[in-house]
Design a protein around this ligand. Structure first.
Ligand SMILES: Cc1ncc(COP(=O)(O)O)c(C=O)c1O
Length: 405
């Protein structure tokens, strides 16, 4: 195969993306976390500066070690860590969850090796990464029903706990309805039984603290809550950093110990990682550090305020169209719908109007994870939604809800 000159490849790259959805116009309900051109530029430039460096080699790249430890320090500062709390960066929410599950499983085994197949107990709204981790690592995932307000039901979780339960989970927020689970109550169950409690703050970890600073009524959910053992918080979501960055935090050194893995039974000496992956993009680490420093608390507060205002505007608009919000989301995700309307039919008509539509299945409704691209798009979205609803009631069509992620 002959090589191809870069300008030609650039053209091909551009051409390949021409049918991708144009996320900048706010028509995508997920996948993107945008906080403005300036933030994006900082994220990109910092990434490029450390493009070739490797987070596996913190001995060689002292810069990356410093960035990572400062990112962890900033994260723990937000989540009320103290002198005993620990943490490290990973490449994403799924990896953070995998490593929390692994650490919980290993600690439980160390304390009581006579257990049967270890179990994770969580509400049915918890992210699939827990089931993925359970599947890959030989645990059983047990999912429990929600309360009427779509939050995890502590009583159902309590009833599902067995002697084999090594982790129970709460989400801040849970992805499907965007509501915050009753972390205090779930953590109390965990603490009373000495079970590991993981808070999945992949979405809310870098959003809820700022929302709370802005006066939103959010109950304590982080290390302030006794019984919370570990927290996952994604930087590449509401930290607005380059993709490939999350954080995983632990209450103490003993719980943190299970995140890492050491090996020396080969001819190349000691191999140690805190991550599932080996090589890590230095750019993602540098980008996280730079964006966090660039925005600072005041910058995050400003963006958070605008995202919350966008969510409220959307809630008001959809409610007045007859599609009320499910539960009481306080952060950046919401879902809404009504049994009186055919969500699948309306959704197809929105798709025809060039919106990428996100859905929840139980109950059927629309789902959005908001960022600043949605702020100027709300009015148009609501107009198109009203029109789609009118069409759907004037000439109803049968259709199955396309619940693809
Ligand atoms: C609540 C929650 N946890 C975990 C994840 C997994 O994160 P990632 O896609 O970065 O692996 C997501 C992703 O949306 C999420 O919403």
């Amino acid at each position: 195969m002959q090589g191809t000159p870069w300008p030609e490849l650039q053209d091909q790259l551009r051409e390949a993306g021409k049918d991708d959805v144009d996320w900048r116009n706010g028509r995508v309900p997920m996948f993107i976390h945008y906080a403005g051109e300036d933030v994006l530029e900082v994220a990109k430039q910092a990434y490029l500066m450390y493009f070739s460096e490797n987070g596996l080699g913190l001995r060689a790249f002292r810069s990356l070690a410093k960035f990572e430890s400062e990112v962890v320090e900033m994260g723990l500062g937000l989540l009320h860590g103290g002198p005993l709390t620990r943490g490290a960066m990973t490449t994403g929410g799924t990896e953070s969850i995998f490593l929390a599950v692994k650490a919980a499983r290993d600690l439980a085994k160390k304390r009581d090796s006579g257990r049967g197949k270890p179990q994770i107990v969580m509400a049915c709204s918890a992210h699939p990464a827990f089931d993925k981790a359970a599947h890959f690592m030989g645990l059983e995932a047990v999912r429990t029903p929600l309360q009427a307000d779509f939050r995890a039901d502590p009583a159902a979780i309590e009833a599902a706990i067995t002697p084999n339960t090594v982790m129970i989970v709460g989400s801040v927020p849970a992805y499907p309805h965007g509501v915050i689970d009753p972390i205090g109550e779930i953590a109390a169950l965990a603490q009373a039984r000495e079970i590991w409690m993981h808070v999945d703050g992949c979405v809310g970890g870098y959003f809820a603290p700022f929302a709370k600073q802005l006066g939103e009524a959010i109950p304590d959910w982080d290390f302030l809550v006794p019984g919370v053992t570990s927290i996952s918080a994604d930087l590449h979501k509401y930290g607005y950093t380059a993709k490939g960055a999350s954080t995983l935090f632990f209450r103490d050194a003993e719980s943190f110990a299970g995140m890492g893995w050491t090996f020396d039974n080969w001819p190349r000496g000691q191999y140690f990682t805190n991550t599932l992956v080996g090589t890590r993009a230095g750019g993602a680490i540098a980008s996280a550090w730079a964006v966090m420093k660039y925005l600072g608390e005041s910058g995050y507060q400003r963006v958070t305020q605008r995202v919350i205002a966008t969510r409220r505007a959307l809630q008001e608009g959809t409610t007045s169209l007859g599609l009320p919000t499910f539960g009481d989301p306080k952060l950046s995700i919401l879902a809404y719908g009504s049994e009186e309307h055919n969500i699948a039919d309306i959704g197809l008509r929105m798709t025809a109007r060039n919106w990428t539509v996100g859905y929840v299945t139980t109950p059927p409704g629309f789902h959005q994870m908001l960022n600043l691209t949605h702020e100027p798009a709300i009015a148009r979205y609501l107009t198109d939604l009203a029109e789609s609803m009118r069409e759907a009631s004037a000439s109803p069509r049968a259709g199955k809800l396309n619940s693809q992620y």
